[in-house]
Design a protein around this ligand. Structure first.
Ligand code: NOJ
Length: 796
């Protein structure tokens, strides 16, 4: 069936009405053809000339995955000297690879609030992927954004705040691609829970559809799309459509989100790749904007192998259901970044075949070279070491992403204690193998699933502390069951300081079931702190993000550090903080509540229902997630978004607020003429419209870096009906700047640039970003609840 073409003039049709509790999706055809605009023009011409040389079978090869040495493989076409495309997981490491680094997770990266470090991390990761001969790295992640505190993959992404995540996506993508690797922003969009992320078949043989994230248009734009817009602006090569449905249509066949929003509104010139197995149709997925189907297969010309795409595309072209020009556009979208990043160069590294063995599920020491029928990766070079000294950067990242939450009685930093005791199964080396580490024993340096890594040079806290204090008495009990059953009376002499290491696992494929740390953590802390030996207990957590800390007010817990998933240098990173080799500057990129019920936006679960359409997740909280929800409902957090202590103190002064233009702006951005805007959307949205400055002074006695933050209050009572205080957050993050290390008494001036998009809301009726009338509140502080400078600004 041919689908009706709708032109971009029908923008107004795109408003999604709420029907029966969820939002409907309009159809949007056709996807605009790529042009390579925004800097890819030459590469686009190369891609176009190459496409012209392909026969139909070869064209099909370019858009459908095959088995091969990488997690995703586009086969080589030897006749034309094309060496194929190798796609590898994931956001923090080359997932299975040997002799590669395991970096800190996304959540840790956001916790640094440090653009420069975000960039350095991206560059180092990108360099390792190129070194292993990959062409596409499947990351970074901004979906999930982190709507639900229990989301199983939140840690792969950055923060539930779209501004912070947007900055992290931009820095990561530009840095990765500067090394020659294609980045893939994933998972697009509304992918906020693991539970029923894919369809299932129940005992009666009924297919139960994947969860539908039902999101209104304003929320979609201001929360979930925002960091993807930054990704497209950064020039991201590819975007991965997600497993879930959006407003009841699967993400990889959703013309509203792919054709309209991504390829038209955001002007995306690259390609959309499906998540693995997220394609649910042939013609429909192609016409709705999917460009590459992973992992395939091609199927066979006699149809003995199932595939929505592959050889079936021949039929679609021949019977006219898919125009060949559409297939050509898909190929050009796929090949333009390949040429732009010069991945066709004769010197581009070959695929390290150790990843072939691992992706093929074959492990062992001496597996014969993987021979692929399409000659993709048939070199014999393996176990190439691509680490290039990155461990010092990983150590620095882990340190910068540790948040000091409590420090009473000046417990920290440690001087040189003679007597230490360590407790908890997170303090030691992993005992169950380095890959995808869900071990009872072992520091939780990363999470599980496709976003994991191979921790072949992991440094545990115990190892690092022993190395740091070679002559101290260091005792440890690292079996949580033993601690809670037998107590810690074997410890002698009484320690000067006790360190409890707690961990929390999270993985792709499952949402978390508790916000507490794992392995009876509350009882472990209780046992240690009530033992009589540990009146001075420091609790350190390694975790995917949000944890409830029910023992935080225990007076024997004198310090708490949230160390997230720091990667392979976990032990050294925490030691640097404990001894003040580095003064902590990490700030929470999410909110820590007193109790689980304080969080909203739960994971939905309709297990057992035989209604195929039962799984509906209504995002009725709109923009009110994380700190916006706590602010909106006057809920006091235990530790708020943006919070983190230092061993020194800082004070803010001298706010400066100025508009960039003296004349009033138009409420809507000027239409710059093109039907499809440059990558990122209307360029005027990124014009700087105001500058805020503030002075920050180190008012304590230890050198340290600060992270001043800028929040904005939108005018909710100035007559803009869409901006009521029931739908608009009290404040939103719109700037942050980590300073250099400041000596005691020293000051720095920080500068925040407000762009047009920062001071606009998404006007659903006009389908555009609008600056509201009235006065905005400017709030500058050191956390979302520690605001010390305020001012006002208006634009209209
Ligand atoms: C599924 C995951 O959702 C995605 O993130 C990953 O890149 C692919 N599998 C390939 O492993």
């Amino acid at each position: 069936m041919r689908l009706q073409a709708v032109t971009t003039n029908s923008l107004l049709l795109a408003i999604s009405p709420l029907v029966d509790g969820h939002y409907t999706t309009d159809n949007w055809y056709p996807a605009p053809n790529a042009t390579g605009s925004g800097g890819w023009e030459n590469a686009f011409s190369q891609a176009k000339s190459f496409t012209e040389k392909l026969n139909l079978t070869e064209k099909i090869f370019l858009v459908t995955g095959v088995d091969g040495p990488c997690v995703g493989n586009i086969p080589a076409i030897e006749r034309l000297g094309f060496k194929g495309i190798c796609l590898q997981d994931g956001p923090l490491a080359i997932r299975q690879a040997s002799f590669a680094s395991v970096f800190s997770a996304g959540v840790s990266t956001a916790t640094t609030w440090d653009r420069e470090l975000m960039h350095q991390r991206g560059a180092a990761i990108g360099q390792e992927f190129v070194g292993k001969g990959a062409h596409v790295m499947l990351g970074p992640v901004s979906g999930p954004l982190g709507r639900s505190a229990l989301g199983g993959r939140n840690w792969e992404g950055f923060s539930p705040d779209p501004y912070l995540t947007g900055v992290a996506m931009y820095e990561t993508i530009t840095a990765e691609q500067s090394q020659g690797i294609q980045a893939c922003a994933k998972h697009f969009i509304g992918y906020e829970q693991e539970t029923q992320r894919v369809p299932s078949v129940n005992d009666d043989g009924i297919t139960i559809q994947a969860v539908s994230s039902n999101i209104d248009d304003r929320t979609l734009h201001e929360l979930y799309l925002w960091p993807f817009a930054d990704s497209v602006k950064a020039g991201v090569a590819s975007v991965m459509c997600s497993y879930n449905r959006i407003n009841e249509t699967y993400a990889c066949e959703n013309s509203h989100t792919l054709n309209k929003i991504l390829k038209t509104e955001l002007g995306f010139q690259g390609y959309v790749v499906s998540d693995w197995g997220a394609t649910h149709s042939g013609v429909k997925s192609i016409l709705t904007g999917l460009d590459m189907n992973m992992p395939g297969p091609l199927g066979s010309s006699d149809s003995s192998l199932a595939s929505w795409w592959g050889y079936n595309i021949t039929t679609m072209i021949k019977n006219g259901s898919v125009p060949e020009s559409k297939l050509d556009d898909m190929i050009q979208r796929i090949l333009t970044p390949y040429y732009y990043l010069q991945q066709n160069s004769a010197t581009y590294p070959t695929i390290d075949i150790d990843t072939a063995q691992l992706n093929a599920g074959v492990t062992g020491s001496d597996v014969p070279a993987y021979q692929h029928p399409f000659n993709l990766g048939t070199n014999t070079d393996k176990n190439r070491d691509v680490r290039n000294g990155h461990s010092s950067l990983i150590r620095q990242l882990g340190t910068a992403s540790s948040v000091l939450l409590k420090n009473s009685k000046n417990t920290l930093p440690l001087a040189s204690p003679d007597r230490l005791a360590l407790f908890g199964n997170d303090a030691v080396d992993v005992t169950g193998g380095p890959y995808d580490p869900q071990n009872v024993f072992g520091v939780q340096a990363v999470g599980g699933g496709s976003g994991t890594g191979r921790l072949a040079s992991l440094v545990s806290p115990l190892e690092a502390i022993k190395a740091r204090l070679p002559s101290a008495s260091i005792q440890y009990i690292t079996d949580n069951s033993l601690i809670t059953s037998d107590g810690i009376s074997s410890i002698y002499p009484t320690p000067d300081v006790c360190l409890v290491f707690l961990k929390t696992f999270a993985t792709e494929g499952a949402d978390r079931t508790s916000l507490l740390c794992d392995y009876n953590s509350t009882q472990v802390v209780e046992t240690v702190t009530s033992s009589g030996s540990c009146a001075n207990t420091i609790v350190i957590t390694h975790s995917p993000g949000i944890n409830l800390l029910p023992w935080a007010d225990n007076e024997n817990v004198t310090a708490i550090i949230a160390s997230h998933f720091p990667g392979e240098q976990a032990g050294n990173s925490i030691t640097d903080i404990l001894f003040c080799d580095v003064n902590p500057s990490g700030k929470l990129p999410y909110t820590i509540a007193y109790k689980a019920e304080d969080y909203n936006a739960p994971i939905v679960n309709f297990t057992g229902s035989d209604n195929p359409n039962a799984w509906q997740s209504n995002f009725t909280e709109g923009l009110m997630i994380d700190y916006r929800h706590f602010d909106h409902n006057n809920i006091t957090p235990r530790y708020e978004f943006g919070f983190g202590l230092s061993y020194t103190t800082f004070s803010l002064s001298n706010i400066g607020i100025s508009k960039v233009s003296t004349s009033n702006l138009d409420a809507y951005p000027p239409n710059l003429g093109a039907e499809v805007p440059p990558p990122g959307g209307n360029a005027a949205l990124y014009d700087v419209v105001a500058i805020v400055t503030a002075e920050i002074t180190n008012s304590g006695s230890v050198p340290g870096a600060a992270v001043p933050q800028l929040y904005l209050s939108f005018p909710t009572s100035s007559g803009e009906t869409e901006l009521s205080s029931t739908t608009t957050p009290k404040k939103v993050l719109r700037g942050f700047e980590k300073t250099q290390v400041l000596a005691p008494g020293a000051s720095a001036t920080v500068r925040f640039e407000l762009k047009r998009r920062d001071v606009s809301y998404w006007n659903v009726e006009k389908q555009d970003w609008k600056i509201p009338q009235g006065s905005f509140g400017i709030l500058v502080g050191q956390s979302s609840r520690d605001i010390s400078l305020t001012g006002q600004i208006s634009f209209l």
